[in-house]
Design a protein around this ligand. Structure first.
Ligand code: ADP
Length: 523
């Protein structure tokens, strides 16, 4: 360690001891030769040069080429006796690496005002710079994190909004409870509607307002206790509950059949902290299933009856044909005639059953086919056929002249045939069936009256319904599909008329159907 000889006023040892104490690099510059004149331990640490390598060397060695102007400036300031206050700059270490430093210089002047030395103090800034860099990086990471957090928050809010919209519109009841006792159950609009509650109500049966709730929850006719309801169970046991069938009984007496599911809400440790319940109203589905079941039962019954109704006359037809085939030659003419007539009657009965079934099958989409028609000849022809079919039965016709009707002859035959067949079926042998044809205002009216058991007041409104048969024992013992009157009503209405039934004074029933009259005569 050495200092310019001119620094005689500064004791060299003191200087050396003092400068070595400092953690900052302290060195002297000889301003005239522009060389390094003294070099402390911290300078050695900072630059990597030992004093003997650098003392006496040009000070420019310590500076990267692009910073040489700074040296010039320090020397100039020193000539003027001015210090250079601390500024940040870069120096080159012995191994060529750049070193961030803070540098301050001040000249030492002799009595004549000339600089004899320049004291330079350099502080290593690499640590501070690294810290600064770390801080900047930490700041950047934090900003990025905050940005992501804002983004995440926005996405989360969006998701919550989507979920809320879903809860609003989904036609499935949803309840949420945020405590293990489910003492407060919040509902979506569908569940509120199902339970007859305002949407901000607490629907919990285990909550403080349970007794005021306007509904009861039943299972197989028994009220379900609050603790065993699906949401309460899911929250208590931490288990998923599925497919629980419940009936929600409202105060007004209506009942909804509901399929319930519940799942626990869990906290971070997996312990239940509430539950979510999903309630699907299956009342309509259940009703449809019941209707389908009933329809199926009706179908089975119908098939059984149809096969019976068809088989009975068919058996007779087959039997009679065999008799004819086997012994046609040996039969006397009267028996032969009777057998053939019986054969025809049974075949017609078969035809009529089939015809009724066909009309029934087409009931909803049968189109009206009508033409101007004289009613009386059609009625007479139908009655003659039935007189043949029903020997021993008196069928009277009381007719007054009627105008032309707009109708379908085949359908009239079918309607009248069904009514006469019923009159025969439901009245004792030997009694008379009376058919009346007359005008009734703008209509022609045909009435079929018998002296049978008549109709009960309560059944009149049902007898025209498909498959309706009276529950009276006497009806059950007679063959029938319960479709004859349904077919009559449909065919009459297709022709613009009406059909009515009533019990007759003096016993028996009376069926009347009308057909509109036309003013013009047919061509
Ligand atoms: P079906 O005669 O095959 O049972 P219908 O549709 O013709 O079916 O008649 C329906 C029901 O109306 C019958 O089961 C019977 O109870 C009642 N009914 C029909 N006609 C008469 C009648 N002339 N007298 C009494 N009851 C009748």
């Amino acid at each position: 360690m050495s200092a310019p000889e001119t620094l005689i006023t500064v004791p060299r040892r003191w200087w050396e001891a003092f400068s070595d104490l400092s953690s900052d690099a302290i060195f002297l510059i000889e301003p005239t030769a522009e060389t390094v004149a003294s070099w402390n331990a911290a300078a050695q640490r900072l630059w990597g040069y030992a004093p003997e390598e650098v003392v006496g060397e040009p000070v420019q060695r310590l500076v990267p080429p692009d910073r040489l102007a700074e040296i010039a400036q320090i020397l100039e300031s020193a000539q003027r006796g001015e210090p250079v206050p601390a500024f940040e700059t870069v120096r080159v270490a012995k191994d060529g690496t750049p070193v961030d430093i803070s540098l301050a210089t001040t000249p030492l002047m002799d009595d004549s005002g000339r600089p004899v030395a320049i004291i330079a103090i350099a502080r290593d800034l690499s640590e501070a710079k690294a810290t600064e860099k770390r801080l900047a990086e930490a700041l950047r990471v934090r900003q990025e994190f905050e940005g992501r957090l804002v983004d995440l928050n926005r996405q989360l809010r969006q998701r919550i909004q989507d979920l809320e919209t879903l809860l609003e519109v989904i036609p499935v009841g949803i309840g949420i409870a945020y405590d293990r006792d489910c003492s407060d159950i919040r509902l979506n609009p569908a569940l509120a509607a199902m339970l007859g509650l305002p949407s901000d109500a607490n629907a919990s049966k285990s909550g403080p307002q349970a007794s005021q709730l306007p509904f009861r929850i039943m299972q197989e006719g028994e009220e379900v206790s609050a603790a065993t309801l699906p949401m309460q169970r899911a929250a208590k046991l931490g288990e998923q509950i599925s497919d629980v069938e419940l009936d929600v009984l409202s105060e007004d007496g209506t009942a909804d059949h509901v399929l319930a599911f519940a799942a626990p809400l869990l906290d971070e440790d997996g312990a239940p902290r509430g539950s979510v319940g999903v309630f699907v109203d299956v009342t309509e589905k259940r009703r449809t299933e019941e209707v389908l079941r009933a329809a199926n039962a009706v179908k089975d019954e119908f098939l059984a009856i149809v096969s019976h109704e068809l088989r009975t006359p068919l058996t007779v037809v087959v039997g009679l044909s065999r008799v004819l085939a086997r012994s046609a030659g040996s039969l006397d003419p009267e028996t032969f005639q009777n057998t053939v007539e019986q054969l025809r009657n049974e075949s017609e009965l078969l035809g009529s059953v089939i015809e009724n079934m066909l009309v029934l099958a087409r009931l909803d989409y049968q189109e009206a086919v009508r033409e101007p028609l004289r009613l009386l000849p059609v009625v007479e022809r139908t009655l003659s056929l039935h007189r043949l079919r029903l020997p021993g039965r008196t069928i009277e016709l009381e007719a007054t002249p009627v105008g032309i009707t707009e109708a379908n002859g085949q359908w009239i035959e079918q309607v009248l045939g069904n009514l006469v067949t019923n009159a025969h079926k439901y009245s004792p042998p030997g009694t008379t069936i009376t058919v009346t044809v007359a005008e009734d205002g703008p209509n022609a009216a045909v009435t079929v009256a018998d002296r049978g058991e008549g109709l009960d007041e309560g059944e009149i409104e049902h007898i025209f319904e498909p498959f309706y048969r009276s529950s009276r024992k006497s009806t059950a013992s007679r063959p029938g599909l319960g479709v004859g009157l349904t077919v009559c009503r449909r065919l009459v209405e297709l022709q613009g008329g009406h059909i009515t039934a009533r019990s007759r004074a003096g016993g028996g029933s009376e069926f009347t159907f009308t057909l509109p009259l036309v003013e013009e005569a047919p061509e």
